[in-house]
Write a protein of this length. Structure first.
Length: 166
């Protein structure tokens, strides 16, 4: 049996989050289209643009470790995105739709924050200072997105979700 090291775990987790970012990138336009709140639509559109940069940073990290940029199926992100699809179907046209979309988006953000935080720490341990900088940039961006989503929820979306459907 081959001994697995932190290097292997770092690479596997990098492939996992690369897959996740690419899936998220594909999902964001559908979420933006489904959203009723202009602020939420804009947040999804902005985050899609940011996700392009996040994918590019991940590709740079793959380059730093001398590996090909490739994803590995991530059942966690697949499940989170599937829940978002269900919300879009089950709550379409209702005042609660945006609250559900926000919850799904924040589940994605929390997953990403967890992954990037871990990858950053491992990169520090592995002495990959250039990777640390790239991962930290994305971690900060994901945290900012999460805070922005909370602000949108607090501003109007959660209160609107309590209204009766017309």
């Amino acid at each position: 049996m081959t001994t697995k090291t932190l290097d292997n775990l770092f690479h596997d987790t990098l492939k996992d989050v690369y897959y996740a970012e690419k899936k998220i990138y594909k999902s964001l336009p559908k979420m933006a289209k489904a959203a009723q709140s202009p602020d939420l639509k804009a947040a999804f559109t902005t985050h899609r643009e940011e996700t392009e940069g996040q994918i590019a940073r991940l590709e740079a990290v793959f380059e730093i470790i001398g590996k090909k940029s490739q994803g590995k199926t991530c059942p966690a992100i697949d499940g989170i995105l599937e829940e978002g699809e269900e919300i879009m179907e089950d709550y379409k046209g209702t005042p609660a739709l945006d609250a559900g979309l926000l919850a799904a988006a924040q589940a994605v953000e929390h997953y990403e924050i967890s992954r990037y935080g871990t990858l950053k720490r491992w990169a520090e341990v592995l002495g990959l200072s250039d990777a640390v900088k790239l991962l930290d940039e994305t971690l900060k961006q994901e945290s900012k997105t999460d805070s922005s989503l909370t602000a949108i929820a607090d501003k109007r979306v959660n209160a609107n979700a309590m209204k009766e459907a017309a």
